[in-house]
Design a protein around this ligand. Sequence first.
Ligand SMILES: Cc1ncc(COP(=O)(O)O)c(C=O)c1O
Length: 362
Amino acid sequence: MIARTASFTFSSSEEMKLWAEGKSSAYMYTRYANPTLAVAEEKIARLEGGEAALVTASGMAAISSALLSVLKAGDEVIATQALYGGSYRLMRDIFPRMGIVVRHVGTDLGGIERLVNPRTKALYIETPTNPTLRLVDLRKAAAFAKEWDLISLIDNTFASPVLQKPLEIGFDLVMHSATKYLAGHSDVIAGAIVGRSSLIKAAREMVIYLGGSMDPEAAFLLIRGMKTLEVRMKRQCATALIVAKFLEKHPKVARVHFPGLASHPDHKLAKKQMKGFGAMMAFDMKGGLAAARRMCDRTRIFLLAASLGGVESLVLLPAYSSHYRMSEKELLAAGLAPGTVRASIGLEAPEDLIEDLRQALA
Ligand SMILES: Cc1ncc(COP(=O)(O)O)c(C=O)c1O
């Protein structure tokens, strides 16, 4: 049943009085809470191994509300440099207006002890990163946050709880763009936050004020998608490894960024901290941007589109999306080449995907 309603009736004025006094758990208004959202929240909390969860209207609503629930003017946050573009720009363009200072660190967390000071309140990471799939050592990051009494937050979108459960390692809050693997079918925008009940309570308050609450119809699609999360993820990971190995041997491809390949700089760490290597990859075309464009224009099964984590395989040019208007030097600093193509592997037959890449590369 989808509780498709904005508001809920009270059986009596007495019940309404109890609600106002915080003594009733009755539903009042969907921006605050809704039974269909509660089902999605319970499932996500269990998947991540958290005490409580909160679903939101988008991944960005989850990320912005979670961060703002732990940060205030004068505070500082340390964040990895390689972040989803929306998160990076939120920290670059919006946080300074609120008096929140952001300090960036590399995925190896090198020199992080020089960035921390008494005003530092949070550590925010993503692993694997977009689009070069570099990893952050989860244990190292969680231990650093504990040592300095920081709230540790992670965007677990790329891995999903099937491949890593950061709360079990000591992270405080996990966020998702549930638009991606959790919902899995590219038909809903959704987000989630998971963690201790006290932190989720504070995040919920922020979501209620900022208004990023999930719609019940989206919650239904998310619940339905999560039923197949594990089988989708396992199959997508297995296909991704096959595709990555094919690309690595292709004469027109200079380099493949995929943590499942021994050539990836974080392969050992991926084996240690992930239950699979994920289904995202990037590869650099020897012929640069022109060759990358030609390839993306010729694929038939791989669709040329943003987003990731759905049942259909996608290709995307970071130079025209997440890394638009970056100089060649900036691209190189981000680990990218002008001819980098990002791919999200879906549920199609691996041999069909390889055939598609073979003909597009030819
Ligand atoms: C890693 C990551 N985090 C967060 C987001 C933002 O999520 P949403 O688009 O659901 O707001 C995205 C993609 O859009 C993403 O790829």
